[in-house]
Design a binder for this molecule. Structure first.
Ligand code: SF4
Ligand code: SF4
Length: 426
């Protein structure tokens, strides 16, 4: 039996449920939130501002839908059509004027109660840390306080990942939370304060640091926010506001150290995209996900999400996982087919592996599998031109040379003249 270091108390996951006491073993205690060096975060945000995925990885955002199965492509277009309705509404929320009269009193509990009534999984309050705002959203973001709200994604659907059902769980949650977020904005306006909605998809900042600061979880080795009730199986939104609220504090749920013992997601990732050891990255100590090894897998295999599915915190909740660890020193479910097993279904080319993989079994892929367009959309356009110069520029076909050059110019014109998508999918 391990010694308990401290106990974290969280509200129940739904209205009317008792609060939950999570014992944290002393040997897993590190720091509340995440180890960080604030001056390094300052430096990176100033000299190397964060870019939205759609910008930094614009090339593969354009490419990814082309390798999805027909069912994935059809569903993603359907989802995109649904979200197109919400993006303009969400993007306009910062300009909406309050509809009620501000009392000047602290409204934290009113907003907390409203979120429970609406069915959000959890809510927390913190300073909207501008260091995590994306470069091209800096002029968009208004109001100093961040209300962090998480909505749970369906458990049963997620347990089938990778699958179309899990994709429906993932994107279906976005389709529910977009209008929920808008209703929460309306509520805050009715209290007499401004409220600007960010997400799902059209986020203005990296969300996880602010959720961690608000005490809603800690960063997992899978690169996702681990919440105590549902692990990474929830979707995140932030509402920035000038409403007077009291900030929460980061918590130590023991996850920072537990991930180094657990390592289930690291072991089960088909792309070998998750790092076993932590490194310091942009001022934070974390297990850094290797994007270029993840993206080809999730694009081809129904969103993948195996790292979410196999996480014991997602499957059993932090209370059960920590109690089991205190009692046995072991990771609940580790090594079992129930937790670690997954099935890869058909992918669009038919070239790559499918089937069931139990504990200790992983698929392998050739080098071509990981070759994807890299960088921004401008980078991708330049790569096409360079490919022509390197491989076809023998000086004999002037027409083909000109066509390659004009295609490059036209593509750049389109990119420079167009807007960045609100979706991370198209
Ligand atoms: S989504 Fe799949 S490939 Fe990407 S990190 Fe998770 S398990 Fe690995
Ligand atoms: S599977 Fe284990 S190592 Fe990975 S995020 Fe979950 S708790 Fe951490």
């Amino acid at each position: 039996m391990l010694k308990v270091g401290h106990v974290v108390v969280r509200p129940g996951r739904k209205a009317g449920m008792d609060s939950v006491e999570i014992p944290i073993p002393e040997e897993l205690e590190t720091v509340p939130g995440i180890p960080m060096v604030s001056k390094d975060i300052d430096f990176y945000s100033r000299e190397y501002p964060l870019l939205r995925q759609q910008v930094e990885h614009g090339a593969d955002t354009e490419w990814a839908p082309s390798v999805g199965t027909p069912a994935m492509q059809a569903y993603h277009h359907e989802h995109q059509a649904t979200m197109e309705e919400f993006y303009p509404l969400m993007n306009r929320t910062g300009d909406l004027q309050p509809t009620g009269t501000a009392s000047g009193d602290d409204v934290t509990q009113l907003i907390r109660d409203k979120s429970v009534e609406m069915g959000f999984l959890d809510i927390g309050f913190t300073n909207h840390d501008l260091r995590f705002v994306y470069q091209d959203r800096k002029d968009h973001v208004k109001y100093p306080n961040a209300i962090c709200i998480a909505l749970e994604q369906d458990f049963a659907e997620t347990q089938t990942a990778p699958s179309m059902a899990a994709e429906h769980g993932h994107y279906g949650t976005y389709e529910i939370q977009a209008p929920m977020g808008l209703r929460m904005v309306d509520y805050i306006l009715s209290l007499g304060y401004h409220a600007q909605l960010h997400g799902p998809s059209n986020h203005s900042a990296a969300t996880i640091p602010m959720f961690v600061a608000a005490g809603l979880g800690q960063l997992g080795a899978n690169g996702q926010l681990l919440t105590p009730h549902a692990g990474a199986r929830c979707r995140l939104q932030i509402i920035t506001t000038d409403a007077p609220v009291i900030f929460d504090k980061p918590e130590d749920y023991g996850f920072h150290a537990f991930c180094q013992v657990c390592q289930v997601c690291v072991n089960r990732c088909p792309g070998r995209a998750l790092m076993r050891e932590k490194i310091w990255w942009r001022g934070v100590e974390k297990n850094k996900l290797i994007y270029k090894r993840c993206r080809p897998v999730m694009s081809r295999y129904e969103g993948c999400a195996i790292c979410m599915k196999v996480c014991p915190i997602n499957k059993y909740g932090a209370k059960a996982v920590m109690e089991y660890y205190i009692e046995t020193g072991q990771v609940l479910g580790k090594g079992t087919h129930d937790l670690e097993g997954f099935t890869l279904h058909d992918e669009s080319t038919g070239r790559y592996t499918t089937g069931y993989f139990g504990p200790g079994e992983l698929p392998t892929f050739d080098a071509d599998f990981f070759k994807i367009p890299v960088g921004t959309r401008e980078n991708a356009a330049l790569d096409v031109l360079l490919d022509h110069i390197d491989n076809k520029n023998d000086g004999l076909d002037k027409e083909a040379d000109e066509k390659a050059l004009f295609n490059f110019r036209d593509r750049l014109r389109k990119i420079r003249g167009g807007e960045v998508s609100d979706s991370t999918m198209f």
